[in-house]
Design a protein around this ligand. Structure first.
Ligand code: URA
Length: 428
């Protein structure tokens, strides 16, 4: 006979939970038999005591088992997805999903909305007039099987790892998010349940990321890669820099516009570099060889898949994107080289301007955000635009300007130390 108190005290005292204990506690919590305060106490014990690889794998399996695991193995094409741990200006899914579909894989991506300073893919896509995030599974399957589309980015249904939904909301308000086994099992339970055959993780490291330190990010990446392997999902992780925002925009419709530049064969060099690096990893995991995703970007195939992917979910790919009602330009205070642009400050300012939400369920402004006219290494001229703020609520501008006050450094070319975008790769 299991008891919540017995399980909490076992973990509190540094013990290892049995498979039966883990299965019971996750199931009883999902059914409401284990109370929120008991689960919060257990989560705190895990924060302090950790979990072994076996415990983490079992915890993940129990969370997957709390709902339905989708199965796309009958599709005529291999499935592969990408998950990013979240950053500022991280619009990579937008060009990446249609690009990988254009190269012959099917991309079933269940995605989330943003919370706090990091943006959410669904918020970005919802800025496209008509586009809907909710999709029945049968329609998702049809889109994935369609060789002209092959990619779906949609909201996770209520039946996808419901234990994680409840637990994540609880961790959010009890100071128990920061635990590698809990984060790894939370992310991987959802990704494994979505039914992808292979997965590429983009684990962000730096000021604008969840994981500020390389060693912790590597530990998280390793834990997730192991969970993928244990569940039969071929998984690799790239560790990528998030000290600097990705690209030149942060904000929903602004990021869609930038993604369209990439799909048109242009766009910022860092966004293109990361999109192609992740696409190559995804195609390798899907077993698709001898296809260069750079060709599919250059010759318009990725754009064709984007247009059909957006239309399949009710969006009008030709509709003008929403624009914010107000803009405010921040000029460069001096002439020189931009040596630093801080992802966290930019993310916070974009959030304050209305691009993000403070609480789940809050509305976001489609046009709000920040345009960056220079990236580290670029020359800047005193008085010329450095940043442009976009918002529908001009009252938010002073606080955003405050966030941006120390967001950048202008120095001499010799003071600029370029850092690589791709930091490491973790495989099973
Ligand atoms: N994202 C998740 O889905 N879960 C976590 O625990 C942290 C980030």
């Amino acid at each position: 006979m299991q008891s919540a108190v017995g399980i909490i005290t076992t973990k509190r005292d540094g013990g290892e939970l049995s498979d039966a204990q883990i299965d019971w506690v996750i199931d009883a919590f999902t059914r409401g038999e284990v109370a929120d305060e008991q689960m919060a106490a257990l989560a705190m014990a895990v924060v302090w005591r950790g979990m072994t690889r076996r415990e983490t794998a079992r915890w993940t399996a129990a969370m997957i088992g709390s709902g339905q695991r989708m199965d796309f193995t009958d599709l005529p094409r291999p499935t592969v997805d990408k998950h990013s741990t979240g950053g500022v200006g991280d619009k990579i899914t937008l060009p990446l999903a249609p690009l990988v579909a254009a190269c012959g894989a099917a991309v079933p991506q269940l995605s989330g909305r943003g919370l706090g300073h990091t943006g959410g893919t669904l918020d970005k896509l919802e800025s496209i007039p008509g586009w809907r995030a909710e999709l029945p599974v049968a329609r998702m399957r049809e889109i994935l099987a369609d060789p002209k589309i092959g990619a779906v980015v949609c909201a996770a249904g209520a039946d996808l790892a419901p234990a994680d939904k409840r637990l994540y909301a609880l961790r959010d308000v009890t100071g128990t998010v920061e635990s590698i086994p809990l984060i790894a099992s939370s992310i991987m339970s959802k990704k494994i349940a979505e039914g992808t055959g292979a997965l590429v993780l983009d684990v962000k490291v730096g000021r604008g990321a969840f994981m500020k330190e390389f060693a912790a990010a590597r530990e998280l990446a390793t834990a997730m890669v192991e969970l993928g392997a244990d569940a039969g999902v071929r998984t690799v992780a790239l560790l990528t820099d998030m000290n600097t925002p990705l690209g030149r925009t942060a904000g929903n419709a602004l990021e869609v516009a930038e993604s369209l530049e990439v799909l048109s064969g242009g766009g910022p060099a860092d966004v293109v570099e990361l999109t192609l690096a992740l696409a190559r990893e995804m195609l390798a995991q899907a077993g698709i060889r001898d296809v260069d995703p750079a060709d599919a970007l250059a010759d318009g195939r990725a754009m064709d898949h984007w247009r059909s992917m957006i239309a399949a979910q009710g969006g009008d790919p030709d509709a003008p994107l929403p624009r914010a009602a107000h803009t405010e330009t921040v000029p460069a205070p001096s002439t020189g080289t931009l040596t630093r642009l801080d992802a966290l400050d930019i993310g916070l300012a974009a959030w304050r301007l209305g691009a993000g939400r403070a609480r789940q369920g809050d509305p976001v402004q489609w046009g709000a955000g920040i345009e960056m006219h220079a990236k580290p290494g670029d020359p800047v001229t005193a008085g010329r635009p450095l940043l442009t703020l976009h918002t529908d609520t001009p009252a938010a501008i002073p606080a955003a300007l405050e966030d941006l006050h120390a967001a950048y450094t202008i120095g001499t070319p010799g003071e600029f130390a370029p850092t690589p975008l791709l930091l490491d790769r973790v495989e099973p």
